[in-house]
Design a protein around this ligand. Structure first.
Ligand SMILES: *[C@@H]1O[C@H](CO)[C@@H](O)[C@H](O)[C@H]1NC(C)=O
Ligand SMILES: *[C@@H]1O[C@H](CO)[C@@H](O)[C@H](O)[C@H]1NC(C)=O
Ligand SMILES: *[C@@H]1O[C@H](CO)[C@@H](O)[C@H](O)[C@H]1NC(C)=O
Ligand SMILES: *[C@@H]1O[C@H](CO)[C@@H](O)[C@H](O)[C@H]1NC(C)=O
Ligand SMILES: *[C@@H]1O[C@H](CO)[C@@H](O)[C@H](O)[C@H]1NC(C)=O
Ligand SMILES: *[C@@H]1O[C@H](CO)[C@@H](O)[C@H](O)[C@H]1NC(C)=O
Length: 387
């Protein structure tokens, strides 16, 4: 019999067999925690056809978690991530590199933030969907009474003005929304580039993203009185659009056609004959693309802010190292981590490792987490229906 700690490590090391060797409900976890050691930077970062033969598409089973992120759902559907959707930070870093050629520091930041915000950093476990028994609560109510929400839980990671999910205050913020995707397709049909293979106006480009993201903001600003669009969410929201342009495009010619987009977004499977990017996509690639979409010198520009009494109120200007980094850590991670990080146990060490991973690609000096704990009256806010 494997001990739980061995099982956790096996799951971390093996994508293909993970759903076979991982028990569906490990109930007893090693008390000290599971130490997080980030994988080294890989040199396997060139053009590659994805998926390979070892990673066929299989639809998720009834206990497999899927959530608001099409890229992670697709990686799990192909077994690059454990098909259960219960993952470690190493799982995410390995899978996003193998499947999308995401840069080491960018994936460490994204997965590190997700793990601290919505997972269990003591055991290195995160649900890519909703709350799950396999991801235990944090010790000593570090983040309030609720179990870790998974990345589908609204706030911190999941947020407003998504491309294909509703705002949480308006409806389903977890599952793919056909009506929003249809709007996206309409914008491609209007502003997209022509292709000799897939036809006129069938390729996603920067202009499509500018027009569609702007329209999404205008709609949500009108309809969602609780609209929250502060610096970290502006970054995530426009970075999401940049991810689509830079990570979902065919790596050989850097074009993204409507059928490819539909495959990954709607069906959550890689399109046939698709190559991942030819060079690692890092944070500066993504933020520079995002700032061309949300470009200060255009009509499309949306500053960070929130709705107050039906009016959009921009935030005051920020003079620190990076407004998104600062907002992610100081407002979206609970203040209790600052104290935990001063400890000597495995949990403390993991928190320090993850806080450092978040700061690294921004090249900012680390700031301590200073956000509120998760409100205890809000444990089950993410919808539980499946894709
Ligand atoms: C990566 O590095 C390993 C060992 O350092 C080497 O054997 C391998 O050929 C390298 N692969 C590429 C694609 O450069
Ligand atoms: C794209 O195709 C449309 C319709 O066939 C055509 O009107 C338009 O001029 C083409 N655009 C470019 C840039 O070639
Ligand atoms: C999505 O899957 C459905 C059902 O298998 C299929 O009919 C459709 O063509 C797929 N769409 C895309 C864009 O791949
Ligand atoms: C990607 O590009 C290659 C080479 O240009 C082409 O053969 C393949 O069909 C393209 N795949 C997609 C999904 O566009
Ligand atoms: C990010 O990637 C670009 C190439 O896309 C490269 O020029 C740049 O040096 C990289 N930046 C960092 C910080 O690694
Ligand atoms: C953690 O330790 C540092 C350095 O000793 C100290 O400045 C800081 O106040 C401590 N933080 C907490 C929350 O205890």
């Amino acid at each position: 019999m494997l001990s739980t700690i061995q099982t956790v490590l096996l799951c971390a090391g093996s994508f293909i067999t993970s759903s076979l060797v991982c028990p569906p409900n490990p109930t007893v976890l090693q008390d000290d925690g599971v130490i997080i050691i980030l994988p080294p930077r890989s040199n396997d970062t060139g053009l590659k056809k994805v998926p390979d033969a070892a990673h066929p598409y299989m639809p998720p089973g009834p206990t497999d978690q899927r959530g608001p992120c099409p890229a992670l759902n697709t990686l799990a559907n192909h077994g690059y991530l454990p098909r259960s959707g219960i993952v470690t930070i190493q799982n995410i870093m390995d899978a996003t590199r193998e499947g999308f050629n995401m840069d080491h520091d960018l994936s460490a930041f994204l997965a590190g933030f997700a793990l601290l915000a919505r997972g269990n950093a003591k055991y290195n476990l995160l649900s890519i969907g909703g709350v799950d028994k396999r991801v235990p609560s944090l010790p000593a109510q570090v983040d309030g009474d609720c179990p870790p929400g998974g990345i589908a839980k609204h706030g911190r990671f999941e947020g407003d003005v998504s491309m294909t999910r509703q705002d949480a205050a308006l409806g389903d913020d977890r599952n793919f929304q056909d009506s929003l995707f249809d709007q996206f397709l309409t914008f491609i049909g209007q502003y997209g580039d022509n292709s000799t293979v897939t036809g006129p106006h069938s390729l996603v480009n920067l202009r499509v993203m500018q027009e569609f993201k702007y329209q999404r903001f205008i709609d949500d600003q009108k309809r969602n009185p609780a609209l929250s669009f502060h610096a970290s969410r502006v970054a995530s929201s426009y970075n999401e659009a940049a991810f689509i342009l830079k990570f979902f495009a065919n790596g050989t010619d850097e074009t993204l056609s409507v059928p490819s987009l539909g495959s990954i977004f709607r069906n959550q499977t890689f399109t046939p004959n698709w190559w991942r990017r030819a060079s690692p996509g890092n944070l500066s690639l993504i933020t520079s693309t995002a700032s061309m979409i949300n470009s200060v010198n255009t009509l499309f520009y949306i500053p960070p802010g929130e709705n107050k009494g039906g009016k959009y109120m921009p935030d005051p200007p920020f003079y620190g190292c990076d407004p998104a980094y600062y907002d992610f850590v100081t407002n979206n991670l609970p203040y209790t981590y600052a104290m935990i990080a001063n400890g000597t146990d495995i949990f403390a060490q993991n928190v320090r490792t993850l806080l450092k991973a978040i700061a690294t690609p921004f090249k900012c000096p680390e700031v301590p987490p200073n956000g509120p704990k998760d409100p205890s009256n809000n444990c089950g806010s993410s919808l539980t229906n499946r894709i």
